[in-house]
Write a protein that binds this ligand. Structure first.
Ligand code: PMV
Length: 370
């Protein structure tokens, strides 16, 4: 008889993502994917269980900010994981523990992980020290590479939908927001009664009507701070346990996801900007009121926000900001206002950026096989 703990373990596994027995032998090879970063409009902050979100979130998939990963693999006899990581051609030993941790949780769903030695050749389109989180793009690129290898071991490849769903599921196990980096456009992660097909386990492309203005929306990332964050996302999520405003925050985010539906359908930019900026500030308000409290914004973050507000008032150009878990400002605006906004960036906002650095990006189409 199997011990109870094994039954309990089996019960927590998600059967849909467990592969049937592999039929093919593949001794060595290589696969490669490019996967984008994403920026949340309604934020995920707070998790439970095995990287499950406390509320639903929605993001724009980015285009330019991306990670390219080539995974070389060759069969081995020994047990345990053998992983080498190279970033821009240089061995990065400090990346290995995070990947080993990911392999440990992903192992039931990718039972071949101990049967190969892996070498990851990875590079980011954005500077490594830009302060842009590479975990979403990096983990999703790795998940896609591993799933591509799994496809080679199966008698027939998975259909495209099942492949993307499992890729998002696996990426989530590595980093929550990475689940939203597989598909392009607008992507929802977290079960929500108003979004058909949504799930806590994986992200789905936003299935509702989207006004054309959002299809090529621009995001310029203003790089305020490029150093190591004072508090990591992992610690920040953890501080939502026992946070006095946690339940209200999760309810607010779910209400905002409902509220954004007619905004996205109609292209109501005033309402869009109000919702997106409120989400960003609510996220940071959770940090300010955590115990211990912390601040990730910098003086330049606030200077940029204030200038965006006065620019909007003076010119009527619908440019707004959002923030992720850091000091950088994502400046969001419709493509038709590119020129006016970019003039403002060059004339004034870049002076607040570290070494004057920023990245022009916009809504992208999702991950691609290389
Ligand atoms: O995926 P993580 O654990 O790095 O958390 C990301 C959290 C935010 O970027 C702040 C919000 C989000 O929904 O992406």
């Amino acid at each position: 008889m199997l011990p109870f703990s094994i039954f309990a373990f089996m019960a927590t596994l998600h059967q849909e993502f467990l592969p049937s027995a592999y039929t093919n032998t593949v001794t060595s090879g290589s696969v490669a994917w490019k996967s984008p970063s994403n920026i949340a409009l309604v934020k995920y902050w707070g998790k439970h269980g095995q990287q499950l979100p406390k509320n639903a979130s929605i993001s724009f998939t980015l285009d330019h900010c991306a990670t390219s990963t080539r995974l070389d693999f060759s069969q081995k006899e020994s047990t345990g994981f053998v992983i080498t990581v190279l970033l821009d051609g240089k061995v990065q030993e400090d990346f290995v523990p995070k990947i080993e941790k990911f392999f440990n949780v992903a192992k039931p769903y990718l039972p071949f992980l101990e049967q190969y030695s892996f070498t990851l050749h990875t590079s980011n389109s954005f500077p490594h020290s830009s302060g842009i989180a590479s975990s979403a793009s990096g983990m999703s690129a790795l998940a896609l590479c591993l799933l591509d290898l799994e496809d080679q071991l199966r008698d027939a490849p998975m259909n495209a939908d099942a492949f993307r769903r499992k890729a998002s599921f696996l990426a989530r196990l590595g980093s929550g927001s990475a689940s939203r980096s597989i598909d392009g456009g607008l992507v929802v992660w977290g079960e929500h009664p108003e979004v058909e097909g949504s799930s806590d386990l994986f992200a789905v492309q936003y299935p509702e009507e989207v006004h054309p203005v959002f299809q090529d929306y621009c995001d310029t990332v203003l790089l305020v701070d490029t150093g190591e964050k004072v508090v990591s996302s992992t610690v920040g999520h953890g501080l939502m346990h026992g946070h006095p405003f946690a339940e209200q925050r999760f309810a607010q985010a779910n209400a905002n996801l409902k509220a954004i539906k007619p905004i996205l359908a109609k292209g109501d930019l005033e309402a869009f900007m109000a919702l997106v900026e409120s989400e960003a500030l609510s996220l940071h308000a959770m940090m300010l009121s955590s115990s211990p409290y912390f601040i990730l914004m910098k003086p330049a973050t606030l200077a940029i926000i204030n200038r965006i507000w006065s620019f909007r008032k003076e010119t009527g150009v619908p440019a707004c900001f959002t923030l992720d878990a850091g000091a950088n400002v994502h400046l969001l605006y419709p493509a038709i206002h590119k020129e006016a906004v970019r003039n403002l960036i060059d004339a004034e906002l870049k002076a607040h950026c570290k070494n004057g650095a920023y990245i022009h990006d916009g809504v992208g189409k999702g991950a691609v096989r290389l």
